[in-house]
Ligand binder design. Structure first.
Ligand SMILES: [Mg+2]
Length: 124
């Protein structure tokens, strides 16, 4: 079972990798939306959660979310949007477009672990 982090920041991806590995899932990463779609072409059957950054060059997180939710295979994978506090207004838009959860930056690794567990329906 794999968790995909889509984020243009290598530092954020590294933090997310830490949380994913604590939970014993395999980690996948993409630096932008186009790369995320490429990764999923191979990995979608194994992918149980996508953590999707809002602010990215090229396709932004919202555009990527819309593309995922239109895709016949990728649309069932739950998506957690990762946004900054200032982008909180966008969350409603993202939920309407099919995002299952959101997380605001900055976050600690403990908060992230807890949030991922929530997303996957794993008890405390
Ligand atoms: Mg970003």
């Amino acid at each position: 079972m794999k968790v995909l982090s889509v984020d243009d920041s290598a530092i954020v991806r590294k933090i997310i990798r830490g949380a994913v590995e604590v939970l014993n899932y395999d980690f996948l990463e993409a630096g932008d939306g186009a790369e995320a779609l490429e990764v999923l072409e191979k990995e979608w059957q194994e992918t149980i959660l996508i953590l999707l950054d809002w602010n990215m060059p090229g396709m932004n997180g919202y555009e990527c979310l819309v593309a995922l939710k239109k895709h016949p295979e990728f649309q069932t994978i739950p998506v957690m949007m990762v946004t900054t506090e200032s982008e909180k207004d966008n969350i409603v838009k993202a939920i309407q477009a099919g995002a299952a959860h959101y997380m605001t930056k900055p976050f600690t690794i403990e908060e992230l672990i807890k949030k991922i567990m929530e997303c996957l329906g794993i008890g405390e």
